[in-house]
Design a protein around this ligand. Structure first.
Ligand code: C2O
Ligand code: CU
Ligand code: CU
Length: 412
C-alpha cells in the first residue's frame, strides 16, 4: 500500500499524461505530477495557500479545490479553464477548520473522463483543535484514496462510459488493486476519500471501527459503526482499533461489492497503545433556520438536469442572500444515488425522508457532499458567509455533472 507523495510547493502542480502502474504502466492515463493519486497537499488553517498550477495535457482542464471555501476566481470552475501549455498562480487564505479535502479537474463536459484517467489528489488542512486530540499520526495515520477502474488487458485503461455513472470492475486503493500492508496491533487513523466517478463504497473491517470525522472535519463525538457508506467525493475519518487483533494474523478492510478485501492488513506486535478516543471531539455550531419549510427545492432528474434545467455556464440560476441560513431540499424519484455537492460553503444535514429515513451517524457535523439514494428527500441547512461570488451546485456522479446536472448561483 503506497503512501501518497507529499506535494513540493517549490514546483507547479502539473496535470500531465502518465503511465499508471495499475494499468500495467503503459496506459495513456493522466496524473497530477504524473501520479494517481496526485501528491498530498498540506496546509495549516489560518495560513495562505499559494500554489502554481500547470496544464501539460493536450486539452483544457481546471484545478478545483473540493471542500475548500475559495473565492470564485480560485475555485477552478468550468468557466475559467487553464489552457494547454499554460500555468497560473492560485492564492487564497485558508479560513476553515482541519479537514480532509481534495482537488480534481472540473472542465465542463470533460470532468468525468479526466478524473477517470487518473486526476485527483488529497488536500489536508490541520489546526490546533485537532492537534489537541493527539490522534494517531505518522505511521499510524493512513490516507486511502478509493476509486475503481476498468482494465482491458495489459496496459489498457478503458473508460466504459455510462451516462448514468461509470463503474469499473476493479477497486483501487492509492492506485493499487487489493494492496497489502502491515500494521502494529494499535489504533490507526484511516483518512478516506472516495475519488470514484460513480461508485459508492460500503466499508467494513474485521476490527472495531469508529467514525470521528467526515468532509467538514471532526464530528462532535465519536460513533462506533459496523459498516459505513461513502459516496463519490465524500471523505471519512475513522479509527480502526487493532489492539485486539492477533499479531501474525490479518484483517481486511472490505467493500460489500468485492470478494477480495480492498486492503489486506497483516498485524504485527506493536508498542502498547493506551490512547482512547476522546468522548468529545469538536464543538460544532448548529445552524439555526427560521421558518418551517425549505427555502429551495432541487429535483435531480434523469441523468442530466436539476429542476428541469441542464447546466449553462452563462446562466445564473439563483441568488442567495449573504450570511443568511437557508434550508435546501434535495429530491429525486429515480436515477439515484446522487452525491450532491455545493461549492462555496459547508452545510449541515438535518433530515432525510423516504429510503433510509435517517441522517447517518457519519453525516453529522459539516459536509460538502451528501449522498442521496432514490427515493429519498434530504434537507440541509447552509449559510454562505465567506465570499460573495458565483458558485456551483451539482451531482458529483461525474457523468451526471458533465451531462448537465449542475447549476450556477451567486451569493451576496
Ligand atoms: Cu468536487 Cu464541483 O466538485
Ligand atoms: Cu467542489
Ligand atoms: Cu446524479
Amino acid at each position: 500500500l503506497p503512501r501518497p507523495a507529499e506535494f513540493d510547493f517549490s514546483r507547479p502542480l502539473t496535470a500531465t499524461r502518465a503511465r499508471l502502474p495499475f494499468a500495467g504502466g503503459q496506459s495513456g492515463g493522466y496524473g497530477y505530477d504524473g501520479l494517481c493519486p496526485g501528491p498530498l497537499i498540506r496546509v495549516r488553517s489560518g495560513a495562505e495557500f499559494r500554489i502554481r498550477v500547470a496544464n501539460a495535457l493536450r486539452e483544457e482542464t481546471t484545478f478545483h479545490w473540493h471542500g475548500l471555501v475559495a473565492p470564485t476566481a480560485a475555485d477552478g470552475q468550468p468557466q475559467a479553464p487553464v489552457l494547454p501549455g499554460t500555468e497560473q498562480e492560485i492564492c487564497f487564505p485558508i479560513r476553515q477548520r482541519a479537514a480532509l479535502s481534495w482537488y480534481h479537474p472540473h472542465p465542463h463536459g470533460a470532468t468525468a473522463r479526466q478524473a477517470w484517467n487518473g486526476l485527483g489528489g488529497l488536500f489536508v488542512i490541520n489546526d490546533a483543535e485537532e492537534d489537541a486530540l493527539d490522534l494517531p499520526a505518522g505511521d499510524d495515520e493512513l490516507f486511502l484514496v478509493l476509486r475503481d477502474a476498468q482494465i482491458g488487458g495489459p496496459g489498457r485503461l478503458l473508460y466504459p462510459f455510462d451516462p448514468d455513472g461509470t463503474e469499473g470492475r476493479v477497486p483501487l486503493v492509492n492506485g493499487v488493486i487489493n494492496p497489502r500492508t502491515e500494521l502494529p496491533a494499535r489504533q490507526v487513523r484511516l483518512r478516506i476519500l472516495n475519488a470514484a466517478n460513480a461508485r459508492v463504497f460500503r466499508l467494513s473491517a474485521g476490527a472495531p471501527l469508529t467514525v470521528i470525522g467526515n468532509d467538514g472535519g471532526l464530528l462532535p463525538a465519536p460513533v462506533p459503526v459496523n459498516e459505513v457508506q461513502i459516496g463519490p467525493a465524500e471523505r471519512l475519518d475513522l479509527i480502526l482499533d487493532l489492539r485486539g487483533a492477533p499479531p501474525g494474523g490479518s484483517i481486511g478492510l472490505r467493500d460489500a461489492d468485492f470478494e477480495e478485501p480492498l486492503v489486506d492488513i497483516a498485524i504485527r506486535a506493536g508498542a502498547p497503545d493506551r490512547w482512547e478516543i476522546p468522548a468529545r471531539l469538536s464543538r460544532i455550531e448548529p445552524l439555526v433556520h427560521d421558518g418551517t419549510g425549505p427555502d429551495r427545492v432541487f429535483r435531480f432528474e434523469g441523468d442530466s438536469s436539476i429542476n428541469g434545467q441542464g447546466f449553462d455556464p452563462r446562466r445564473i440560476d439563483f441568488a442567495i442572500p449573504f450570511g443568511k441560513v437557508e434550508r435546501w431540499r434535495f429530491y429525486s424519484a429515480q436515477g439515484a444515488p446522487h452525491p450532491i455537492h455545493v461549492h462555496g460553503a459547508h452545510f449541515q444535514v438535518i433530515a432525510r425522508e423516504g429510503g433510509r429515513g435517517r441522517v447517518e451517524p457519519w453525516e453529522t457535523g459539516w459536509k460538502d457532499t451528501v449522498l442521496k439514494w432514490a427515493p429519498e428527500q434530504v434537507d440541509v441547512l447552509i449559510r454562505f458567509d465567506a465570499y460573495e461570488g458565483r458558485y456551483l451546485l451539482h451531482c458529483h456522479k461525474l457523468e451526471h455533472e458533465d451531462g448537465g446536472m449542475m447549476l450556477n448561483f451567486v451569493t451576496g
